[in-house]
Design a protein around this ligand. Structure first.
Ligand code: C2E
Ligand code: MG
Ligand code: MG
Ligand code: MG
Length: 297
């Protein structure tokens, strides 16, 4: 255990000296236990994806879902915030994300077989996936084995990922784009990055972070969101607003030309079977009328 503690301490760098205290030693135990439980769960099928609908502004139709990982741990359903940090520290995140890609492709295809309209699936891809070449292989395999058309798979990356190792990331992104999958920038506007990378590829989507959506009806926040929407339009990118919770936010986003809406106002993330049921009952949401005379791009 001391070795493991040393290993984690080294990995955590700055605070290495602290691991000698009893508290930290036992928290190292807890982390190692969490990691091996997570690894077992990934093997045993105890990780699952929940899906949150994305609604097209112009039609009100559900056109996509974001797949979000959940961990069924006994009676508990654990949220990413509780276990992804340790998955990232131990690089298990790469296996989790590659599992999620295959699972999302399989699921979307299965919905289609069950008679639902084609549903685009988005999967979050953590930075560490860009350190290996297996991401491109996994995506290729996932599309092949599911038969999902590539443009129904969307990969969400953050600005931080894009800034990490520019050349490597560039090469991998191009390979992914060549496969025909869509690339979205997640949490757009929250990373510490230059905007210069935006011109490099045809990103398909900018996801407007929920921190901008929360107070979007306030003038300064609204100005930022309006600027993001306009930037995206000029780059021929679609915009998806995250974390839409209220009618007022929805009305503002529709009036200002945001392309797609996602958030608890419509539905929280749910198991695949609930999504299929929801689509059978309500594949379409009424959208607020945009103000008259408004020019839409
Ligand atoms: P994200 O990709 O930005 O996903 C959006 C998060 O906002 C989700 O949290 C979702 O449940 C939550 N959300 C959706 N609508 C609303 C709303 O109206 N209000 C509020 N307050 N929250 C809303 P979740 O599922 O806990 O996931 C958190 C983060 O964990 C995700 O943020 C993503 O960064 C990461 N994540 C989730 N699944 C995966 C995965 O399979 N792989 C990787 N690498 N990361 C994942
Ligand atoms: Mg996301
Ligand atoms: Mg996000
Ligand atoms: Mg987020």
């Amino acid at each position: 255990r001391a070795d493991a503690a040393m290993y984690l301490a080294k990995r955590n760098g700055r605070n290495a000296f602290r691991f000698y205290t009893h508290e930290l030693a036992s928290s190292v135990d807890a982390r190692i236990e969490l990691e091996s439980a997570l690894r077992r769960s990934l093997r045993n099928g105890d990780l699952t994806l929940f899906y949150q609908p994305q609604i097209d502004r112009s039609t009100g139709n559900v056109v996509g879902v974001e797949g979000l990982v959940r961990w069924r741990r006994g009676e508990r359903l654990m949220l990413p915030g509780e276990f992804l940090p340790i998955a990232e520290e131990t690089n298990l995140i790469v296996d989790i994300d590659q599992w999620a890609i295959r699972e999302a492709c399989r699921q979307s295809r299965q919905w289609q077989h069950a008679g639902l309209p084609p549903i685009r699936v988005s999967v979050n891809v953590a930075a560490a996936n860009f350190d290996t070449d297996s991401l491109v292989e996994t995506v290729t395999a996932a599309l092949h084995e599911s038969g999902l058309p590539p443009d129904l798979l969307e990969l969400e990356v953050t600005e931080t990922t894009l800034m990490r190792d520019v050349q490597r990331t560039d090469r991998i992104l191009r390979a992914l784009k060549n496969l025909g999958v869509r690339i979205a920038i997640d949490d757009f506007g929250t990373g510490f990055s230059s905007l210069s990378y935006l011109g490099n590829y045809g990103f398909n989507v900018l996801k407007i972070d929920q921190s901008f959506v929360r107070d979007v009806t306030e003038p300064n926040q609204g100005a930022i969101t309006r600027a993001i929407i306009s930037l995206a339009a000029q780059l021929q990118c679609r915009t998806v607003a995250e974390g839409v919770e209220s009618e007022a936010q929805l009305a503002w986003l529709v009036a200002n030309g945001c392309d797609e809406l996602q958030g608890n106002f419509f539905s929280t993330p749910m198991p695949a079977s609930d999504f299929a049921e929801m689509m059978a009952k309500q594949p379409h949401w009424p959208m607020p009328e945009p103000p008259r005379g408004m020019h839409m791009h």
